[in-house]
Design a protein around this ligand. Structure first.
Ligand SMILES: [Zn+2]
Length: 142
């Protein structure tokens, strides 16, 4: 299907949309487009981006019958939710993280978080030695 940007009428490709969002979210972008296409969507895209560490779609629901627009919205919410569990850089399982001393949020896997200086969750450790040490020093572990 041919997708177009709402405001310019220029062609929008999957690569364009992925570039606006994050390479790790390609599968969500592709599936969202396929799902909308199946519902009869005209292909108009206003914006795709990352916001608060999650994927956001702004599609015109033009072409989708009114009784199916709720389905399209539910599909959109599903993929946006899935993105908060998918590393936006590599596509592996991820979690939304906040960089220390900044409000910047990103959804990253453990490896990408370490590489980019995002703090790990308490239940994560940067490597196996640290994980073993953390478990040995945990007073809750007998
Ligand atoms: Zn990653």
């Amino acid at each position: 299907m041919k997708m177009t940007w709402t405001w310019t009428g220029e062609e929008a490709t999957i690569d364009d949309l992925v570039e606006c969002a994050g390479p790790g979210w390609r599968k969500h972008v592709e599936q969202m487009v396929a799902d909308l296409e199946a519902l009869g969507w005209s292909g108009k895209v206003t914006q795709v981006k990352e916001k608060f560490g999650g994927l956001r779609f702004y599609f015109e629901y033009e072409g989708i019958p009114e009784n199916l627009q709720r389905v399209a919205m539910a599909v959109e919410i599903f993929h946006e939710g899935q993105s908060t569990m998918t590393c936006q850089l590599c596509g592996k399982h991820g979690t939304t993280r906040r960089k220390e001393n900044s409000g910047w949020l990103a959804t990253l896997c453990r490896t990408c978080a370490v590489e980019r200086g995002y703090p790990l969750e308490k239940w994560e450790e940067p490597d196996m030695d640290s994980a073993v040490k953390a478990v040995k020093e945990d007073p809750a572990v007998p």
